[in-house]
Design a protein around this ligand. Structure first.
Ligand code: KIV
Ligand code: ZN
Length: 522
């Protein structure tokens, strides 16, 4: 990864490049449930550099020895992005921050102090004059260590405008290159924040030589909209986090902001350095590290972001994907869109999926498979490829053996399985058998009921999906007369999935035997 282009602050202030300042490892990591170990922070910082963010806020070095260590290692190891550390306007914080960033190729010290009347009175117990004095002291001290100093006026949005101008002018005169305007409590609306940025850019002395930055929280769900409005008002840095994690309802989501700027480039007229096909992997890495998944319908990186289930949408997508998609899934890291077969899917989607699986069905057979698939959606939400193939085979060759009910009884050292099956003619067959575990007992009962037996070559079970949609998928294969036959089954219950997979193989064996008998008598 090449180093970011080094422009002067005034180049950046007037350019169309929006600096992406990622604070996943600071504002994100400090929120409940998202704490990371030093090793995890370092791994994630590498991923952020690879993604192409301009500034990585690696932590708050004076907040704990662990944070100091993580920022120091990131500063030493990670190249391709500026590395920032956060510091209050206290000499101790700033010195610690500068020390932690010592080995960085492009260090940034980010100092902040609250400016709103509420914070001045109840949090700091400081007058306006004291706040300005402290801001000047902090920026000057930070500039003795590094060239790149950012000053943030915490709770800027709720600060008196004339005081905000005064503080920013003082910070700029003291040497700040970026001035950050946080909506710390997520109170702003897009119109107001656009207007505030226009006002500040037009009023603050020295505004042309610095970058104005937006830092929006999501308490009203407006963080991304507010950051975009700030860009319209003249902001050329946005502070954001992967998956929108951060204090309370979070910060502006990086992936959403970046894709809004890209997809609506004609409107915003700005660009970023983000390598957008890496967005999904970066989001998933964060979920793996923190153990917290994004919601299914999350823009860009949620499981449903490029999935279509309703028949009308699927039909449109098959004709022209622009009907229901405004960006290519590949542009953010998905392999492709997904036409999910479920209760709302239509004929075109089922036919398309079957074609992709190698089955071109005539209209009558397709109608029957669709009817079977709709019936199946009464008991399972999503129809997978294995389900579809089984339905086609069932319609072509008859349903074969099917599971009607099953139960397992733990009998000390052994397990007893009772199965009730429906045979190929629809008659009920009951059987029970014993085994030294639930799977062995179940397969023994199935073998005795069907009269088919085989040695398993492989047997795997894994779970798909989470929560109410979670299902078990069983895959097994058996070597029979020199051929490998495999079977699959899915169900909410992994043992039932295993029984369906076992019967899938048994039905293939029976069909192969029937075909051989017909051939022999012909
Ligand atoms: O939300 C906020 O105001 C902050 C500052 C420290 C930038 O996170
Ligand atoms: Zn914040």
């Amino acid at each position: 990864m090449n180093a970011p282009p080094r422009h002067t602050a005034s180049d950046r202030a007037s350019s169309n490049h929006v600096t992406i300042f990622d604070t996943t490892l600071r504002d994100g990591e400090q929120s409940p449930g998202f704490t990371m170990s030093a090793a995890q922070k370092i791994a994630f910082a590498h991923a952020l550099a690879d993604l192409g963010v301009d500034v990585i806020e690696a932590g708050f070095p004076n907040s704990s020895p662990a944070d100091f260590g993580a920022v120091q290692t990131i500063a030493r190891e990670v190249r391709g992005a500026s590395i920032a550390g956060l510091a209050r306007c206290h000499a101790g914080d700033i010195e610690a921050c500068a020390r932690a960033l010592d080995a960085a190729a492009a260090p940034r010290v980010h100092v902040f102090i609250s400016t709103s009347p509420l914070h001045r009175e109840h949090k700091l117990s400081m007058s306006k004059e004291q706040v300005v004095e402290r801001a000047i002291m902090a920026v000057e001290l930070a500039r003795r260590h590094v060239d790149d100093v950012e000053f943030s006026a915490e709770d800027a949005f709720r600060t008196e405008r004339e005081f905000l101008v005064e503080v920013f002018e003082a910070a700029i005169a003291a040497g700040a290159r970026t001035v950050n305007v946080p909506d710390t409590v997520g109170y702003a609306t897009p119109e107001e924040i656009r207007d505030l940025f226009r006002f500040l850019r037009a009023t603050v002395k020295g505004a042309d030589g610095v970058v104005f930055s937006a830092h929006c929280h999501n308490d009203l769900g407006l963080a991304v909209a507010n950051s975009l409005a700030a860009i319209e008002g003249g902001a050329r840095q946005v502070e954001c986090t992967i998956n929108g994690i951060g204090e309370r309802a979070g910060n502006a989501a990086l992936e959403e902001l970046v894709m809004a700027m890209k997809v609506r480039g004609g409107w915003y007229g700005v660009d970023t350095r983000i390598d957008t096909p890496k967005l999904l992997d970066t989001s998933r890495l964060l979920s793996r590290i923190t153990g917290i998944q994004v919601q299914r319908n999350k823009a860009i990186v949620g499981l449903n972001a490029f999935a279509h289930e309703s028949g009308i949408h699927q039909h449109g997508m098959l004709k022209n994907r622009d009907t229901y998609e405004i960006m290519r899934p590949q542009d953010v890291g998905w392999p492709d869109s997904q036409l999910v077969l479920g209760r709302h899917s239509g004929r075109a989607a089922v036919a398309d999926r079957l074609r992709a699986l190698g089955h071109v069905l005539d209209d009558a057979l397709l109608d029957r498979v669709i009817a079977d698939a709709k019936a199946l959606t009464q008991t399972q939400h999503v129809i997978g490829d294995a389900d579809l193939l089984r339905l086609v085979e069932g319609e072509r060759f008859g349903p074969g053996w099917r599971i009607a009910a099953m139960s397992l009884i733990d009998a000390g050292q052994h397990t007893r399985a009772q199965v009730e099956l429906s045979d190929p003619h629809g008659r009920r067959v009951r059987q029970d058998a014993q085994g030294d575990g639930p799977v062995a007992a179940l397969f023994a009962a199935l073998a005795q009921a069907t009269g088919v037996d085989f040695e398993l070559e492989s047997y795997e079970v894994h779970s798909m999906g989470v929560g109410r949609d979670a299902r078990g998928e069983a895959n097994l294969s058996a070597r029979i007369d020199g051929d490998t036959l495999s079977g699959q089954g899915t169900s909410r219950d992994v043992l039932e999935a295993s029984a369906i997979a076992w019967l899938d193989v048994a039905n293939r064996v029976l069909r192969a035997q029937a075909t051989q008998r017909v051939a022999a008598t012909a």
